[in-house]
Write a protein that binds this ligand. Structure first.
Ligand code: HEC
Ligand code: HEC
Ligand code: HEC
Ligand code: HEC
Length: 204
């Protein structure tokens, strides 16, 4: 009986660890089994090899974008950076995560299934970590309690600037890897145990 229970536990552990591996397959962004994605492809809700949406610097984007303006940016407590409307790849994330465009609105179709629950970030970004602003040596000097992004290591490759910023800017992708390459919880670029992610940039 004990051996049977042990075998059951080991198989359960194996099933769980195999289904949460590294990479997009089986990650939170693998929509191949969703009813709203009838073609069952992984990349297609976001990318297409042909006839991509006309959006500058977007990687062959296939998902209908949300209205580009009208967000409420973070204003904050003692912010040195000035934060404007979301730009760069954050606009791509918000095409699903602001909750205004259906998940199945891709490839020119207009869908009807919206993102739900905690996964909605919304259009009021005043309560979310600031994004879409320049984080450089000058900001770190002004602030006094931020690491210099071009000098300090990200702990996941080279510098903060090289690994976490997009054209020198903070974006959703500074903290999240949309393709879940590392298999960290919440698609994080770095495990946040002991707030290691936060302490990468904040010198607290
Ligand atoms: C949920 C949406 C989503 C899905 C699904 C997705 N991607 Fe992406 N992909 C993005 C976003 C957003 C970016 C740009 C931001 C970034 O790279 O962080 C991107 C960037 C890319 C890039 C250019 C940058 C780089 O990392 O090389 C490639 C290539 C790419 N994706 C390939 C794929 C392939 C292949 C698949 C399917 C196996 C896929 N993606 C699935 C959202 C997605
Ligand atoms: C990739 C770098 C980076 C990471 C990772 C990061 N931050 Fe930030 N954070 C910044 C920058 C840059 C600012 C802007 C500071 C400024 O302009 O004064 C900021 C702003 C903030 C603010 C607003 C300060 C204010 O005056 O309103 C808070 C609070 C904060 N971060 C907390 C966190 C927490 C908590 C985490 C971890 C979950 C985190 N940050 C992760 C770079 C980062
Ligand atoms: C095609 C729509 C779409 C796009 C584009 C998209 N997401 Fe998502 N994302 C989703 C959905 C749907 C979920 C919820 C999945 C579920 O129900 O488990 C999700 C879940 C997440 C989660 C939660 C994962 C977890 O395990 O807690 C994070 C973090 C996330 N997305 C970040 C991003 C970021 C950052 C981007 C852009 C770089 C992005 N997403 C682009 C649809 C999208
Ligand atoms: C400074 C780092 C940072 C930035 C920037 C950031 N996130 Fe997150 N996000 C996190 C962390 C850490 C978590 C894990 C859960 C938590 O601590 O709240 C998270 C959780 C999430 C979740 C899952 C919520 C849940 O309850 O499961 C989603 C969805 C998400 N983020 C989307 C986004 C999108 C979209 C953007 C850009 C608009 C973004 N994040 C920008 C750090 C960040």
């Amino acid at each position: 009986m004990k051996t049977l229970i042990r075998i059951l536990f080991i198989s359960l552990f194996l099933i769980v660890s195999l289904s949460y591996g590294q990479g997009i397959t089986n990650s939170a962004h693998d929509f191949s089994n969703k009813g709203w994605n009838s073609a069952g492809e992984i990349c297609q809700p976001c990318h297409t090899p042909h006839d991509a949406i006309d959006e500058p610097n977007a990687p062959l984007w296939n998902h209908t974008l949300a209205a580009a303006t009208g967000y409420t940016p973070y204003s904050g407590y003692d912010m040195d950076a000035s934060v404007n409307q979301p730009d760069g790849s954050s606009k791509l994330c918000l095409s699903c995560h602001d909750g205004t465009v259906a998940l199945d609105s891709f490839g020119g179709a207009s869908g009807s299934t919206n993102i739900g629950g905690n996964f909605i970030v919304g259009r009021d970004l005043s309560h979310e970590h600031p994004i879409s602003f320049i984080y450089n040596t000058a900001l770190a000097t002004d602030d006094g309690e931020l690491h210099d992004p071009s000098a300090i290591s990200s702990g996941i490759g080279t510098t903060i600037d090289a690994d976490m910023l997009e054209g020198g800017k903070m974006q959703c992708s500074s903290c999240h890897d949309v393709h879940d390459k590392l298999g960290n919880s919440h698609l994080l670029v770095k495990i946040n145990d002991g707030s290691a992610l936060c302490l990468t940039c904040h010198n607290k």
